[in-house]
Design a protein around this ligand. Structure first.
Ligand code: TXA
Ligand code: MG
Length: 326
């Protein structure tokens, strides 16, 4: 059960990594930086440790988690990779891609981390601190984003502590996450690869490596429904209004590029995702900007249109979920 013992903030040095690895090895929860967002990590082979992730997040039910490993070789031992999965793994790992593949019968990721499915979600992150930790742990680390369930994902150690201080053993502080949106999730389960969640690797980059476009993601109503498929997710406390061309009194505003909504001078708070209209810069700033606008106390965050190009697809996906009815 969540304790009230303050969470340790560990530096991303040899000592911090050793302590973080020892805590995970002992079944405790440690938040770790990746290039996408901070993950709430636990030993993926230990069902009690994995159960503690759900408790700390306040996740309402058991959704399948991503198992993070240090190397492509370790990933290949956990699942069955078809040709498409192998191509994607070779091209994008280490990196912001998660592959859902049939779980290997000899795999070590526990049933609870897979939510009882016969598939497993695997990722080899590129972040140096994440890789160093995974090497030291020597086992797959299950990690959803390190936020309270349904809240905005964390892209700094401070964000993690805002949500989870006293509920997890430690956070390994690796600074700001450079990509800033979660990994792209691609399922390779026999049929054509399906993009279940747009993320840090663009649809165009995936299509270029496959030689064809991935199919659209999970049909609503078909299993498994993960947190990324819940209507309201990534949600700040404030309401979110998309495609705003003008501001209502009291609203905070999230800007992109050169677009200026009517009434900007009376905005309660202003954040800019990327003044030069760069989707990668915007992705890296998205969750921090939403958290800061939320802290302004404005009842609503108005968001100007963000083009769907490149990482814009992942940004708009997260914004639509933040705006969905609660
Ligand atoms: O960037 C990220 O992906 C971060 C970092 C920490 O790696 N993690 C993350 O985890 O966003 P989480 O739990 O918030 O999202 C995992 C996604 C969910 O949409 C889940 O449904 C999907 O992966 N997923 C996991 N296992 C699956 C499976 N066996 N079949 C289908 N979807 C699966
Ligand atoms: Mg999440």
């Amino acid at each position: 059960p969540p304790s009230t013992i303050p969470t340790l903030r560990l530096a991303a040095d040899a000592d911090g990594l050793a302590r973080a690895a020892a805590l995970i090895g002992a079944g405790r929860l440690v938040a770790l930086p990746t290039e996408t967002v901070y993950g709430l990590g636990a030993d993926a082979t230990d069902p009690e440790a994995v159960a503690a992730i759900y408790a700390a997040k306040g996740r309402p039910r058991f959704n399948p988690l991503i198992a993070h490993v240090a190397t492509v070789e370790a990933a290949l031992g956990e699942g069955t990779f078809d040709e498409a999965a192998l191509r994607l793994a070779e091209h994008f790992w280490p990196g912001p891609l998660t592959l859902v593949v049939p779980a290997a019968s000899t795999g070590s990721v526990c049933d609870l981390a897979r939510a009882g499915l016969d598939s497993v979600a695997l990722r080899v992150p590129a972040h140096a601190t994440a890789r160093a930790l995974l090497e030291r742990v020597g086992r797959p680390v299950a990690a959803p984003s390190a936020n309270r369930s349904g809240r905005v994902s964390p892209t700094s150690a401070d964000h993690v502590l805002t949500d989870l201080d006293g509920r997890i053993a430690a956070v390994l502080d690796g600074g700001a996450c450079p990509v800033g949106v979660e990994s792209s999730v691609v399922a390779c389960l026999g049929g054509p690869p399906r993009l279940l969640r747009p993320g840090g690797v663009t649809r165009a980059a995936i299509a270029a490596v496959l030689g064809f476009a991935p199919e659209a993601g999970g049909d609503p109503g078909s299993r498994p429904v993960g947190p990324g498929l819940l209507a309201s997710h990534y949600a700040p406390r404030a309401g979110v209004r998309l495609d705003a061309t003008g501001l209502e009194p009291g609203e905070a505003v999230l800007l992109f590029g050169a677009f200026r909504p009517a009434g900007l001078d009376r905005a309660a708070a202003v954040e800019t995702l990327s003044a030069r209209g760069d989707p990668a810069e915007a992705a890296a700033r998205l969750f921090g900007a939403l958290r800061r606008l939320d802290a302004s106390g404005a009842p609503t965050i108005a968001v100007v249109p963000v083009p769907e190009e490149g990482l814009g697809e992942a940004i708009n996906d997260r914004l639509r979920r933040a705006a969905a009815p609660r």
